[in-house]
Design a protein around this ligand. Structure first.
Ligand code: AP5
Ligand code: MG
Length: 206
């Protein structure tokens, strides 16, 4: 199954993509994780996107589309994949339609105040890409999955979060209409617990 997870920053795309990837045995493709990995390793791409990520802006479509196109051509994507954070503009969605045919786009719809609470308490593991919330961690510095050192993502600072939400409303939210018109949009109320929201996602994927 070829699935897109749509939703504002902090809506739970990464959290639920990690659950789905295990359950469905198909890869999670997170453009945000790809950019952060390159940043950490100091690659030319990492240097190119450093300021863009820190400002909460979008990486140019040509760069992002080329990366995803290459990634989706890898053998592990043959039986499907979960796109987490891509596409993020109408242009990216149109380009994706030219080289692949997705089955459905699941929107995780979360209230703005919950989003701010979630992002301000998020902790991220750069070693295994695990995403957690301080409210559920007994030790807020250690990754419960791999033992790595948890960090606060650079772009979870208040000013950057505001800009990411603005960019979402302006450039990414129009994708809801785009996939609705294709009959592929499924919307899930993302305001419950992680388990509750995940159960709703599984239901719409059946
Ligand atoms: P990216 O990494 O994709 O960031 P994002 O879209 O802003 O999404 P987040 O990762 O912040 O949120 P999420 O929906 O994954 O939520 P999460 O599961 O972590 O992109 C980063 C940057 O890269 C962009 O700003 C841009 O610069 C660039 N980029 C990436 N893709 C691009 C593209 N296609 N084109 C151009 N540029 C691109 O959950 C958040 C928190 O909430 C966690 O702490 C989690 O534990 C908690 N939580 C989750 N669900 C629940 C729940 N139900 N109840 C309580 N807490 C919950
Ligand atoms: Mg994410």
């Amino acid at each position: 199954m070829k699935i897109i997870l749509l939703g504002a920053p902090g809506s739970g795309k990464g959290t639920h993509a990690q659950q789905l990837t295990k359950q469905l045995n198909i890869p999670q493709i997170s453009t945000g994780d790809i950019f952060r990995k390159n940043l950490k390793e100091g690659t030319p791409l990492g240097l190119q996107v450093k300021d863009i990520l820190a400002q909460g802006k979008l990486v140019p479509d040509e760069i992002t589309v080329a990366i995803v196109k290459d990634r989706l051509a890898e053998p592990d994507c043959a039986n499907g994949y979960i796109l987490d954070g891509f596409p993020r503009s109408i242009k990216q969605a149109e380009e994706l339609d030219k080289f692949d045919n997705i089955d459905c786009a699941v929107e995780i719809d979360v209230d703005k105040d919950a989003i701010v609470r979630r992002l301000s308490g998020r902790r991220f593991c750069p070693d295994c890409n695990g995403t957690f919330h301080i409210s559920t961690l007994s030790d807020a510095t250690k990754c419960p999955a791999c033992g790595g050192k948890l960090i606060v993502r650079e772009d979870d600072k208040e000013a950057t979060v505001k800009e990411r939400l603005r960019v979402y409303d302006e450039t990414t939210a129009p994708l809801l209409q785009y996939y609705k018109a294709q009959g592929k949009l499924k919307t899930v109320d993302g305001n419950g617990t992680i388990e509750e929201v995940y159960a709703k996602i599984l239901k719409v994927l059946q």
